[in-house]
Each structure stands twice: as structure tokens, then as C-alpha cells.
Design a binder for this molecule. Structure first.
Ligand code: ADP
Length: 768
């Protein structure tokens, strides 16, 4: 048997010198160290993420598999590593040219031999690729399902002893998936045609039905089902009542200046109106929808990928091909039509594992708009009722997700059948306590419901939302005067309330089934049994105010920016963009944002330190090392910044929020900080947290400092007695805040450094 250390290759590249020939060796002998060595050499990562090792081993062992990892979970690495170890060629089936191109660009930049065959290639290019394929020079070849299934191409593959096929975006094979592609169905023939090859399906789609369907359709044999955690802790979810959606969207986009933002809108017209408004306020944005020409769509996609365009207002058509990993915000200007859509669309945020915001502006009126769209679009169809009922059910689940004030991470995990272990995610509007309940909500609800009862009685029939709003606000309209509704006791009962707020409250009552709205062309409000419960005072009502209290900084964002010089980060971004433009590849192919942040944190000026930065493998050290080190050195000299900073392993390895505790020592440390934050938010003392996390006191006090900086509490009396606080603050006033020792000495060494540090942090926050 060939063992790793005894394989000898002639003309071997540095990565090939210790490869294991899977045709002759039991692949399970490939050690984790060997896999990590290769991963580090190509990609500069120090650890594997959850399920990557299992997925890699399934391919090495020739066992079919279905790998389900959330977007950004690192599925690509699972099929990239095995052929690089075994020195074979594997085939990747991918549904979109843009996805193939991005993958090949990214791999080529890492020095990994890969190519893609698609219709846009010239005959010469195709011939070159086929020559390389036959010569065994490629580790991965990307093809569309259509090309793979061409008889000539299949015949070529017959000659090549292909041992594995990876099916990317495998949910396309299932009609239960959201991107069903009939041509994927024919991939079932792979099993018969290539009996020696294993087939591996990759998807982020969470539902069990789709997973099982994939395995059945591909006729997989005893597949390893590798299903990761769907939760994306780096995403901050916010559901905000919709008030003035354009203003709200602008404010959200402004929170992400110069960063990538996708705004999902309901219709083509909505995307264009949104892009126009953003442009008129100086935010460069473009619309994207299926009604645009293919050329217009490509130009927008390319501009977005190259970072020359940051904001796109789109319909759901802006989807699978969007591979930009540093999307920092996904906005839903309207409710999506299912939780599955929401998960897919928000999944495009933060693929690089860094923090990203997902904000949805919810309005009950949009729910009604979807419903009438379903009814309208199904009019011509057979079995329309069944279809509409199914669509309404999905929409209703989404509506519930928006309206039930429960941790959004928990609700999403539970929707997909997974449990959510944390009490407080620190990353959604509910857990960050950003929503505000309206005072006297029950009285407000009673006034609205009485208006419905009163006007029904006066006129003998019911009215729509708009009319009730006008009556309650005491408007002077012809409709009100004609019907004598200005004489109703409820006329003007909620005068002074903003119209949008009142409208929103009525929709909240509908969402809570405290009122009913009829369907049809002219829907009207009616009372139900629960309405009477409210009127009789037997039921309390909760209504949310239409503005969030304040958008808070989250602990995830504090950690990922920890120690990063933002000026340098922006400077490096510009350099990255220039290189990418020259090379005509998306910017993230050069370095992703996490690598840029790590560069701006460690500030290496020589290759020795450059090598330690996250996500930089050998090829990139060679290509970009000198250039970036020189730029960093110049910038740091000009801005008086220290360089070559040595950092604990926390930032070095993958601190991806998709990593689980225990997966790597470094991710454990980040997780510890998050756990510490959670405990501090519950008012736990340093000693308790220190014991729970098995950390040194000074480390735990450091976490507390970060917590104080992130959450800006009004007082820190929970951790430092008021008298000590005042002593330290007074001493610092006299001897300055810059160093702790003078304060310590000024206080006759009676107050601990930890306490001094905490007070100084807090006083600084108060001063800013
Ligand atoms: P997916 O296909 O599951 O959406 P990708 O394969 O695009 O995810 O990976 C998302 C990001 O995570 C990429 O930037 C990738 O380079 C990075 N990544 C993958 N595996 C690791 C790892 N083990 N350590 C650090 N980063 C990783």
C-alpha cells in the first residue's frame, strides 16, 4: 500500500510531492494533517469547518454523499480538496456560467489547476481545455449539466477514468427546490454510465424533502448524508415595521456606506423606483429583474462582482449567480413569499463569515398584495385553488415569522427542524431589544375595533382599512360626510396619530386575528370573536411602534473589527479593486474581506508576517506578498501605525460563525467571547464568567471591556462598586486616561488593574 510519506512523484509541484494515489491506496489513510497542509498551501486556512472533513473523506472513500451546508459554509472546499490529494480529475456540474467562472478565477488565483467548459469559450480555448483534461493536468473541470450530457463529451469522459462527480446547487434537481432545472434530472445516468465513480450532491437548501429527493433522483447508493447547522450566527436579522419604506431603506443602506447591499423588492417596477430614489439621494444603485435584457443584467452582475457597483435593487431574479462574498446587507423592502425564500435571499449576506445585516420592512398590506398576486397569477391555471392554498400557507408561515416577537435565529432554525441552543442570539431585533411596544396598545386596539363595529351599525355594511383610518383620524373627506361617519362616536378618536402608524396598527390587529379582512376586489374589515374579547376588556393586546428604538452594534461586529485599522482596510480595498479590474476577476478572488481585515489588523511589512494572515496560500504570497507589504508599510509610516502585530490565534484561523465550538481552538476563543457577552448581559460577575469559561481573570475582564464598549450601558455598577468607580474616574481626571499604571499608583495600588480598565473604558464611552 502506498503511504503518504513514501509516494514519490517525478516533476511534482510542492503540493503534489506527498499525494496519495486513491486508486492504489486506502484513502482513509490520508491524515487530517495532510489535508490541512494542502488546505493551507492553497488557501491559507488553518482549520476545516464543520462537516468539511467528513465530506472530503466521503469523496476520498468513493462513497456517494449529500452535503447540506448553509451558504458560506464552505461547500466548495469539500470537492476541491479530494482531487488535489489524489491527483485525479473530478468533474463539477454547475448550473450557471457565472458560478463556474468565479470558481475557476478563485482557484486559478490560488494556483489550483481548474477550468470550465461553457458555450462562451472559443474553439481554441475549448481545445486547450480538452487537451489539459486528457493529459490529466486538471484537478477540477466545471461543466453545465447540458454539456456533461452531450454524447461526445460523455464518450471523452469514458476514456478518462473519472472517479467523482460533484453536483453543485443540487437542489436544482428537485421540483420541491426553489430553482428546479429539468436538465438536472438526467444526471441520474451518471451512476450507471460511470459505475466506478462516486456522486456527491451539494446544496444549501434546508428542507428534508428536497434532500431526500436529491438522493433519489440521482440514484445515489447508500449516500453519506452530511447535514450542517443552518443557523448563520454572523447574520443580524431585523424585522422592522414598514412606515416610509424608501426612507427606511435609505437609512439602512447608509449604515453600510461603500459596502455591498442587495435590496429585494416585490415587482420589477418596484426595483426601478427604488434604484431611482437611491440614485436621487446620491447612492449609486441599479435595478435588476428578469425584464431587462441579458446584456443589461450581465453588466449589472459584473459591476456588482467587481465592486464598481455596491447597491442593487432586485427581484428574486438576482439570485444564484451572485457570488460576491462580502455582501454586508440584504434588505427586504417587502415580505418574501416564504421562509425558504427568505433564508435563500438573506443567505447571500456575509458569505465570508463576517457580520452582515438582514433587514426586512414588514407591512401587513404587502401580505395582502402577495395574496392578490397569487390569485391573479393562478387564474388561468388548472388546480388553481390547490396552488393558491399552498402559496398562502407558505406566505402565512413567513408572516408569522415576522409578527411573532421571538428570537429570529431560533425561529429560523426551528422552521428547518433544528434546535437552537442559545437563549439570546445577540443578533436579532428581538434579542437586541430594539423593538418598542406601543403604550396603551389595548386601548388603541379597542378604539380601532369599536370603529369597525360602529360604522357597520351606522351604514349596515363594512368598510376597508383606508376609510377606518380616515374616520379614526377625524379626516374631512366626502366619503365620511356623505355617510354621516363624522357623527360616529369613534370619529377622530385617534386624532394626531401618524396615518402610517395607524394603518400599521390595523394590520397588526389583522395579523393577530383580532380583526378579519374579507378577500376579493374590495376587501373590508369585519369583527370576529376575538375582536369582542378585546372590546370586552378580556384580552390584552401588544402593538409594536413603527420605529426601532435604535440599531445597536452587535458583539459579532465588535469582534470581527477588533484591532482592525479601518483606514488601512479601506486603502487595501482600493488596491484590491485595482488588481481585480486589471485581472478582470471579481475583487474577492484576490482576497476576501476577512483577509483584508486581518491584513489591516496585523499590518505585515514582510513575508514572514504576511504568511500568518488568514486566507493567504502559497500562490497568493508569491503574487501579492511584496505589493501588499510595501503598501502596508507606507500607509503605516504615514499614519503612525505599529506594524507586524502578533495576535493570539483567535484571528488567525477560521473564526467563521458557521464553525462550532470545538471545531478549532481559535473558533473556541471567539465563541468564548460571545458566551461571555451573553453572561454579562444577564448581569453575571467576572468571577462567575471566568469560572464558566475557564479563562484567566484578565482575559475575562478584557471581554467585559469589549462588552461595555459594544453595548454602552448607562452604568457598570454590576461589576464595579459606585465608590470605586468614582475614585478611579477622579484619579484619571488628575493623571490622565492614557495609561493605567499612573491611576493605579495614584490610588495607592488599592484598586485592581481590571477595575481601572473597566472604569476607564466606560468613562471614555460616556465622553464620546
Ligand atoms: P458555500 O459554497 O457553502 O456557500 P463557499 O465554498 O463559497 O461556501 O465558502 C464560503 C467562504 O468560506 C469562502 O470565502 C471560502 O474561501 C471560505 N472557507 C471555506 N472553507 C474554509 C475554511 N476551512 N476556513 C476558512 N475559510 C473557509
Amino acid at each position: 500500500m502506498v503511504t503518504l510519506s513514501t509516494v514519490e512523484e517525478t516533476n511534482a509541484t510542492p503540493f503534489e510531492s506527498q499525494v496519495c494515489d486513491a486508486t492504489s491506496a486506502a484513502t482513509s489513510t490520508v491524515s487530517l494533517d495532510r489535508i490541512l497542509e494542502l488546505v493551507h498551501a492553497y488557501w491559507g486556512f488553518n482549520t476545516l469547518r464543520p462537516w468539511q472533513e467528513e465530506a472530503i473523506r466521503a469523496t476520498l472513500d468513493g462513497q456517494d454523499s449529500v452535503v447540506v451546508l448553509p451558504t458560506g459554509g464552505g461547500k466548495s472546499l469539500c470537492y476541491q480538496v479530494p482531487p488535489a490529494i489524489t491527483q485525479q480529475t473530478h468533474i463539477v456540474v454547475s448550473p450557471l456560467i457565472s458560478l463556474m467562472k468565479d470558481q475557476v478565477d478563485g482557484l486559478t488565483a490560488c494556483g489550483y489547476p481548474a477550468a470550465a467548459l461553457y458555450s462562451g469559450k472559443s474553439t481554441d480555448e475549448k481545445n486547450d481545455i480538452m487537451r489539459d483534461l486528457r493529459a490529466g493536468k486538471l484537478r477540477l473541470l466545471f461543466v453545465s449539466p447540458e454539456r456533461l450530457l452531450m454524447s461526445g463529451f460523455l464518450h471523452e469522459l469514458d476514456q478518462l477514468d473519472i472517479r467523482a462527480f460533484a453536483i453543485d446547487e443540487a437542489h436544482c434537481i428537485s421540483q420541491w427546490g426553489h430553482d428546479f432545472r429539468p436538465e438536472y434530472r438526467q444526471l441520474a445516468l451518471l451512476q450507471k454510465r460511470f459505475p466506478k465513480a462516486s456522486v456527491h450532491a451539494y446544496t444549501a437548501t434546508a428542507t428534508q424533502r428536497v434532500r431526500e429527493d436529491i438522493a433519489n433522483q440521482l440514484q445515489l447508493t447508500n449516500p453519506a448524508m452530511l447535514v450542517g447547522t443552518f443557523d448563520r450566527p454572523n447574520l443580524v436579522y431585523r424585522i422592522v415595521p414598514q412606515l416610509d419604506v424608501y426612507t427606511q431603506v435609505i437609512q439602512a443602506v447608509q449604515r453600510h456606506k461603500d459596502e455591498a447591499v442587495i435590496i429585494y423588492c416585490l415587482s420589477r417596477n418596484d426595483t426601478e423606483a427604488m434604484a431611482d430614489i437611491l440614485n436621487s439621494t446620491g447612492i449609486k444603485a441599479r435595478a435588476y429583474h428578469a425584464g431587462l435584457s441579458a446584456d443589461q443584467r450581465h453588466r449589472t452582475q459584473d459591476a456588482f462582482a467587481s465592486e464598481s457597483l455596491n447597491v442593487v435593487a432586485a427581484t428574486v431574479a438576482f439570485g444564484m449567480g451572485i457570488d460576491r462574498s462580502n455582501v454586508r446587507c440584504v434588505i427586504h423592502a417587502t415580505i418574501p413569499k416564504s421562509v425558504e425564500h427568505y433564508q435563500q435571499e438573506t443567505g447571500r449576506a456575509g458569505r465570508d463569515g463576517l457580520e452582515a445585516e438582514c433587514v426586512l420592512f414588514y407591512s401587513g398590506a404587502d401580505v395582502m398584495r402577495w395574496q392578490s398576486l397569487f390569485e391573479h397569477s393562478a387564474e388561468q391555471l388548472k388546480n388553481a385553488e390547490k396552488l393558491i392554498a399552498a402559496q398562502k400557507k407558505l406566505l402565512n408561515e413567513m408572516r408569522r415569522y415576522c409578527t411573532v416577537p421571538q428570537c429570529r435565529h431560533r425561529a429560523l432554525s426551528e422552521h428547518f427542524g433544528q434546535t437552537y441552543p442559545q437563549q439570546n442570539c445577540h443578533a436579532c431585533d428581538v434579542c437586541l431589544d430594539e423593538t418598542e411596544a406601543a403604550e396603551e396598545a389595548t386601548e388603541i386596539a379597542q378604539k380601532i375595533i369599536s370603529s369597525v363595529a360602529r360604522l357597520d351599525r351606522i351604514s349596515g355594511f363594512s368598510f376597508g382599512v383606508g376609510h377606518h383610518v380616515d374616520v379614526l383620524l377625524g379626516a374631512n373627506t366626502q366619503a365620511i360626510r356623505q355617510r354621516g361617519h363624522d357623527q360616529a362616536t369613534t370619529y377622530g378618536l385617534l386624532k394626531g396619530t401618524p396615518k402610517k402608524t395607524l394603518t400599521h396598527w390595523i394590520y397588526q390587529l389583522l395579523d393577530q386575528h383580532l380583526l378579519t379582512r374579507t378577500t376579493g376586489k374590495l376587501p373590508v374589515l369585519e369583527l370576529n370573536e376575538d375582536s369582542w374579547e378585546v372590546l370586552r376588556g378580556h384580552r390584552k393586546v401588544r402593538l409594536i411602534r413603527t420605529a426601532v428604538k435604535q440599531v445597536k452594534e452587535t458583539s459579532i461586529s465588535t469582534i470581527s473589527w477588533d484591532g482592525v485599522d479601518r483606514g488601512l482596510f479601506e486603502h487595501l480595498r482600493v488596491i484590491r479593486r485595482e488588481i481585480a479590474e486589471q485581472a478582470q476577476v471579481p475583487a474577492f478572488v484576490i482576497f476576501n474581506d476577512r483577509t483584508l481585515r486581518d491584513l489591516a489588523r496585523r499590518r505585515p511589512t514582510g513575508i514572514k508576517h504576511f504568511r500568518k494572515v488568514h486566507g493567504i496560500g502559497d500562490a497568493k504570497i508569491e503574487k501579492f506578498g511584496k505589493l501588499f507589504c510595501t503598501e502596508i508599510e507606507t500607509y503605516c509610516n504615514e499614519h503612525d501605525l505599529s506594524t507586524n502585530i502578533v495576535i493570539d490565534s483567535r484571528h488567525q484561523a477560521d473564526s467563521s460563525p458557521t464553525s462550532t465550538p470545538g471545531n478549532s481552538s481559535s473558533s473556541k476563543i471567539s465563541k468564548s467571547k460571545l458566551m461571555a457577552f451573553e453572561m454579562f448581559s444577564q448581569g453575571k460577575s467576572i468571577d462567575v464568567v471566568m469560572a464558566a469559561l475557564s479563562r484567566a481573570r484578565s482575559t475575562t475582564a478584557g471581554y467585559l471591556c469589549n462588552f461595555i464598549e459594544a453595548t454602552k450601558p448607562a452604568s457598570i455598577e454590576t461589576w464595579v462598586p459606585q465608590s470605586t468607580y468614582l475614585d478611579v474616574a477622579r484619579a484619571a481626571d488628575q493623571v490622565g486616561f492614557d495609561k493605567l499604571r499612573p491611576i493605579y499608583e495614584h490610588l495607592d495600588e488599592k484598586v485592581s488593574f481590571d477595575d481601572i480598565r473597566l472604569v476607564v473604558s466606560h468613562v471614555r464611552i460616556q465622553q464620546n
